[in-house]
Design a protein around this ligand. Structure first.
Ligand code: CUA
Length: 357
């Protein structure tokens, strides 16, 4: 049973693809076996027990305990095998390893926007190194989309107002399709893209060659100043709003006594719906930034807050939730430059992310 030879399947280009195909092949074989068995028995019994004369009457049957036990226990056993096998793959597929390279995805009618921590942005393209664990943190600007790379055998819904995750470990250099796998309107079928799995050295060259204007955390810091967040979130603790240094990954005490884990979802809510949770000791004075900052911008702000947050919790911010303890992947950004010092500022400098729509 080596499904790689079935040419109607896409490439097996991730670490998990083989086990998904194995389970799939098992399901097909079990289904085919019982379909053929039943079809054969229908014909066989029809011939064997056909009525041979008009005065022939069959013996009535009043049940068989043995038969009923057999046809209950065997399917139960098969179902439990499928359940256990499927669950083990599901758990593996839904827990991003702690050492994953993080990439942010924003779905939008009808395109994919991707951001690398190092600051690179892509549209309908994703460049990644081979043999690295990749974790996508995804959200949508409008309706539900679904990020699907068939060659990686993994997909996950991309939902407005929340962060979902997806991870994979590409094992083969090459180009692979990205599809949107959730009907999202007129041009759903055109919401496609390409993953470029590259040798690590090529990937490094790609990363440095793309003219990214600062890391995501640096862009977030620029946005933090541009949106005037700095005026209230003072770092000396005397601001009208909480000091954000060290907050990310910590437990925040709220007015009324509850506590909340400061993860990506909490930071996002605090930006777009600040009234939802008021930090203990502060007033409900922050205006909403809904409409003033894009989802991409929110992700950059999260990266900034993460970069000044608790180091050992840098990865715990998303719905995956199980990756606490990973080292911070972004160097803490200190000082003002939203533009990396090695780059000259072009006259057509891109506007800060918050003002892009
Ligand atoms: Cu996006 Cu379908």
């Amino acid at each position: 049973m080596q499904p790689k030879q079935l040419s109607f399947l896409p490439d097996q280009a991730s670490s998990i693809a083989g086990s998904v195909d194995g389970l799939y092949a098992f399901l097909v074989l079990v289904t085919a076996f019982f379909s053929l068995l039943i079809a054969f028995l229908v014909v066989f019994f029809a011939v064997k027990y056909r009525r041979r004369s008009d005065d022939e009457f069959p013996q009535p049957i009043h049940g068989s305990l043995l038969l009923e036990i057999v046809w209950s226990v065997i399917p139960l056993g098969i179902s439990m095998v499928i359940f256990g096998w499927g669950a083990s793959i599901f758990f593996k597929e839904s827990r991003p390893p702690a050492d994953s390279l993080e990439i942010y995805v924003t779905g939008k009618q009808w395109m994919w926007k991707l951001q690398h921590m190092e600051g690179q942005r892509e549209m309908n393209e994703l460049h990644i190194p081979v043999n690295r664990n990749i974790k996508l943190t995804m959200t949508s600007e409008d309706v539900i989309h679904d990020f699907f790379v068939p060659a990686f055998r993994t997909k996950a819904d991309v939902v407005p107002g929340r962060y979902t995750t997806e991870w994979f470990r590409p094992t083969k250099v090459g180009q692979y399709h990205i599809f949107c796998a959730e009907y999202c309107g007129t041009r759903h079928s055109g919401m496609i893209g390409t993953v470029y799995v590259m040798e690590p050295s090529q990937y490094e060259a790609w990363l440095t060659g793309g003219g990214a204007q600062g890391t995501m955390a640096q862009k977030g810091e620029a946005l933090f100043q541009q949106l005037a967040c700095v005026n209230c979130h003072l770092t000396d603790g005397h601001g009208r709003c909480p000091n954000l240094v060290g907050v990310f990954g910590s437990d925040v005490k709220l007015k009324g006594g509850a506590t909340v884990k400061a993860d990506a979802a909490y930071v996002r809510e605090s930006i777009l719906n600040p009234q939802a949770k008021i930090v203990d000791g502060y007033e409900n004075i922050m205006p909403t930034f809904q409409g003033l900052v894009t989802e991409d911008g929110v992700l950059e702000l999260i990266e900034y807050v993460k970069s000044i947050g608790a180091k050992d919790a840098a990865n715990s911010g998303t719905t995956g939730g199980s990756t606490t303890g990973a080292p911070a992947a972004v160097p803490t950004s200190k000082g003002p430059p939203p533009i990396s010092p090695t780059q000259t500022l072009p006259s057509t400098a891109k506007p800060a992310a918050g003002s892009m729509k």
